[in-house]
Design a protein around this ligand. Structure first.
Ligand code: SF4
Length: 260
């Protein structure tokens, strides 16, 4: 029997992403200052008041960068939708992530560690919105490698074909799907995952995958909220991977609309 709890991966941390956000914010502010400072003399030649006006614009831009970073940190720390959380997800996914990945690369940090941190930050922003979704509007998306490679049953298309032998995580996932009445799909790749999402039109996706696939999935699906759960790879990538069912349960309880 496969024990899904024995091989728990290191929990992803938001701290790294927050620290990199701080560094990025400093770089942005420094760049803004340089842009203002270097052509300052030239501006004064055009009009004596121009450096002053441009200076005010630069201060506003720097203040926005600092305030945005602070708000993001506060939102994820408190787990509350303080202000514009949905917009902040957009900023993090579309703008901050590429810059932070670049800063991380320059600093020699491991790509997957940054992605783990991004996924944790994204999850935190999604749950901060306190979204409550009916079970039939939640989709759990699994990678094909979560099924035991030598199982003869084809669960792609219908996970309920699993005969619950318990040799892989699919058993626990089928049980959790039945417990909450949630749709669970196994996708053999990004294209199929996108097709399933288009067909099922969920309001929230809970996706299980590796760092790379979760990061690209979260980016591709925006504005659809996606909670990412990392799989564990005791036998290396894309082969007989495992997921901690307790983490799925915990994440679902945060977003499921309670029956009245
Ligand atoms: S739990 Fe289901 S999918 Fe996994 S090996 Fe057993 S029958 Fe196959």
């Amino acid at each position: 029997m496969y024990n899904t709890h024995e091989t728990s991966a290191t929990p992803p941390r938001k701290r790294l992403f927050v620290s990199l956000m701080g560094v990025t914010c400093l770089i942005v502010v420094a760049a803004i200052f340089l842009v203002w400072w270097i052509p300052n003399r030239g501006l004064a030649n055009i009009h004596p008041g121009l450096p002053h006006i441009v200076g005010i614009i630069m201060v506003v831009l720097s203040g926005t960068a600092i305030l945005g970073t602070g708000l993001l940190v506060l939102t994820t720390a408190l787990g509350k939708d303080i202000f514009l959380t949905r917009f902040m997800r957009l900023v993090v996914i579309k703008f901050l992530l590429p810059v932070i990945e670049l800063v991380g690369r320059v600093m020699g940090l491991d790509k997957d560690r940054i992605r783990q941190s991004f996924i944790a930050m994204n999850n935190s922003l999604v749950t901060s919105q306190r979204i409550k979704v009916k079970p039939d509007r939640i989709l759990v998306l699994l990678p094909h490698c979560i099924q035991l490679s030598d199982c003869e049953i084809k669960v792609t298309g219908d996970i309920n074909k699993c005969v619950l032998c318990g040799r892989c995580s699919i058993k626990g996932l089928v049980e959790i799907g039945k417990k909450y009445g949630i749709d669970i799909s196994v996708a053999t790749g990004g294209t199929l995952a996108r097709k399933v999402i288009v067909e099922k039109r969920p309001k929230l996706v809970l996706a299980v995958a590796c760092e790379r696939d979760l990061t690209s999935g979260i980016k591709d699906c925006y504005p659809l909220p996606v909670i990412g759960i990392l799989n564990e790879r005791p036998f290396g990538p894309c082969f007989n991977t495992v997921v901690d069912i307790a983490k799925i349960d915990e994440a679902l309880l945060q977003v499921l609309e309670q029956k009245k």
